[in-house]
Ligand binder design. Structure first.
Ligand code: FAD
Ligand code: FES
Length: 292
């Protein structure tokens, strides 16, 4: 029996749905960045913010393994939850093939998977994304601002007074569908390394300038992006007395706890650390629990 990880979300999760789902929309939204919508009422109904699904190209051996993608949003039609949106950047074998598929084609999918984000009671939620990390955060913003409800049964969440969304990328061409976050009600701030949009610098530079001297409200941070950035955001959150949850993007093979491809070194409540499977015990962990 392994010791619990302090602060880790512990939701009861129904068995993931597995099957083929038709692509109903697929479009380029930014540099090498696609938004794909699949017809999958089961995952649309059950997914909670921060959960993910495994996707595979059917009838192909290459790539053989599925890849994890965060559930960007669940979309309803007149009969209830129906479609699931994912946003991905073309990176390697899987995403290169996926980008060639057109509406009408199918993907093999299983999910929703993982723990997702807990909804702590705070005044102000700060969402921090690096690169393609925004995909784990939109549903959380919509849920916490009362724009949508997620999970089966729909989970109750304490409302927050405001949500600030800080997104850092190499260059402006990488920002796709940033309007989704404005429409959700977020206060949106951008940072780019080349200065082509928002503040020139990293997302941590942006956080430091936005929150310098601010106080008087309780803050909580939810973060997704490259590991060095999440480690830096965790340190920043500690410095301002805020809790910080991070969603790890570990490579995965099965997504359901069998293969141990996805382990991360996670501290436990007893002061030691152990390898944890990010697909079942994560992908969301308290940032302070990760052995960066
Ligand atoms: C829970 C979770 C949610 C994710 N959500 C999204 C999402 O919403 N959108 C998105 O674009 N991506 C997401 N990812 C990352 C995505 O699954 C990987 O980038 C995936 O490997 C892409 O497949 P590929 O075949 O195109 O690239 P691959 O051929 O698998 O990888 C190409 C190169 O990237 C390296 N690599 C593979 N996976 C990772 C990783 N996780 N981190 C760093 N380097 C890696 C490989 O070693 C290789 O060098 C998520 C990952 C996790 C674990
Ligand atoms: S991906 Fe197989 S155990 Fe996590």
């Amino acid at each position: 029996m392994t010791a619990p990880v302090a602060g880790t979300a512990t939701h009861a999760t129904a068995a993931p749905w597995y099957g083929r789902a038709a692509i109903v929309d697929h479009r380029l939204i930014a540099d090498r960045t696609w938004r794909i919508r699949i017809d999958c009422p089961e995952i649309a109904a059950a997914a909670r913010p921060g959960q993910f699904a495994m996707l595979r190209i059917p009838d192909r051996c290459d790539p053989l393994l599925a890849r994890p993608l965060a559930v960007y949003d669940a979309v309803a039609d007149e009969n209830g939850p129906r479609h699931v949106d994912f946003v991905y950047v073309v990176h390697g074998k899987f995403t290169t093939v996926l980008a060639t598929l057109r509406p009408g084609a199918e993907v093999v999918v299983w999910g929703p998977l993982g723990n997702g984000f807990d909804p702590p009671a705070v005044d102000h939620l700060v969402l921090v994304a690096g690169g393609i990390g925004q995909t784990a955060l939109l549903a959380l913003a919509r849920e916490r601002l009362g724009r949508a409800r997620y999970g089966s049964p729909r989970r109750p969440v304490p409302a927050v007074r405001r949500v600030t969304f800080c997104w850092g990328a190499a260059t402006a061409a990488r920002f796709g569908d940033v309007e989704d976050f404005r429409r959700a009600g977020c206060d949106v701030h951008l940072a780019t390394l080349d200065g082509s949009a928002g503040v020139r610098g990293t997302v941590v530079d942006l956080l430091e300038s936005l929150f310098a001297g601010r106080g008087g409200e309780s803050l909580h941070v939810a973060c997704c992006g490259p590991e060095p950035m999440m480690a830096a955001v965790t340190r920043w959150a500690e410095s301002v007395g805020a809790g910080c949850d991070v969603s790890l993007e570990a490579p995965m093979a099965c997504g359901v706890g069998i293969c141990f491809t996805c382990v991360a070194r996670v501290r436990d409540a007893a002061g030691g650390w152990d390898y944890r499977r990010t697909c079942v015990e994560g992908p969301v962990f308290p940032g302070t629990a990760i052995e960066w």
